[in-house]
Design a binder for this molecule. Structure first.
Ligand SMILES: Nc1ncnc2c1ncn2[C@@H]1O[C@H](COP(=O)(O)OP(=O)(O)OP(=O)(O)O)[C@@H](O)[C@H]1O
Ligand SMILES: [Mg+2]
Length: 238
């Protein structure tokens, strides 16, 4: 697929997004340029607009004003193209215990959505198992997803996001249920590999944990605005 990448993975200009019926914008006048292949950490208190920012970048929410370009595609007009190259792990991930699919099937679904017929090719199945293995979840591949623990479910969903080999990976509180050891493995082993392969990662978190110190850019949001941007050795944004 044609990538259509400019020099930035994400560009926002004066973007404000309102939820339906609300008088106050959830994010306001956001101007931001994120280069490709960087790890961006987005922090800030509850209600700061972190999730709204991610969903505006993907075109899941439509900004009332401003301009959004994601992976070179104008949002929301070309959002489906940008989304096909992206993986998004939403904040609320828990599935009901009655969820009928196995862990492997849940990961495979992430790939099926990008194939015209929705069918999985042999090579894709290998990708699925490779991603499960990376997250230490291969031995749970045939278990029903809904019967896994919260942390195990989160690992499976991370495996699904990674198996898609995205150009843009958006993770909203991905570690909330994941143990410290796995967290460190993901940030020190998996993220660098993704970045090397050209992926740009946006990670939302409440905490400024020491394991995030490898972030190239830290964005602090408060009350729908960007309060502070700290960059490390990357071309300035803001
Ligand atoms: N569906 C919705 N309808 C109306 N307002 C919403 C909706 N979702 C969020 N908001 C409001 O938009 C603002 C930003 O919310 P958002 O979910 O982006 O914050 P957040 O930084 O992700 O918070 P948290 O850390 O709790 O996940 C908040 O004021 C919130 O109340
Ligand atoms: Mg949120």
């Amino acid at each position: 697929m044609e990538e259509n990448l400019g020099c930035y993975a994400i560009e926002l200009e004066d973007v404000s997004t309102y939820y339906y019926g609300e008088k106050r914008p959830a994010i306001r006048d956001i101007t931001l340029r994120i280069p490709a292949r960087v790890l961006v950490l987005i922090v800030g208190p509850n209600g700061a607009g972190k999730t709204t920012l991610l969903e505006t970048i993907l075109g899941l929410l439509r900004p009332r004003s401003g301009r959004v370009i994601t992976l070179g595609y104008e949002i929301p007009r070309m959002a489906s193209k940008a989304r096909a190259l992206s993986s998004y792990l939403p904040q609320d991930f828990m599935k009901s215990p009655a969820e009928p699919f196995t862990a492997r099937e849940v990961v495979a679904m992430g790939l099926a959505s990008n194939t015209p017929t929705g069918r999985l090719l042999e090579g894709n199945l290998r990708r699925v198992d490779h991603a499960l293995k990376m997250l230490g979840m291969l031995e749970y591949a045939d278990r029903p997803f809904g019967k896994l623990s919260g942390g195990q479910q989160q690992k499976v969903l991370l495996a699904r996001a990674i198996a898609r080999e995205p150009k843009l990976l958006l993770l909203d509180e991905p570690f909330s249920a994941i143990d410290q050891e796995t967290r460190s493995y993901i940030t020190s082993e998996i993220f660098p590999r993704l970045l090397e392969n050209g992926c740009t990662i946006l990670l939302v978190s409440h905490e400024l944990n020491h394991s995030y110190m490898d972030a190239d850019i830290v964005i602090r949001m408060v009350d729908g605005r960007i309060e502070r941007v700290i960059t490390r050795d990357v071309h300035a944004i803001h």
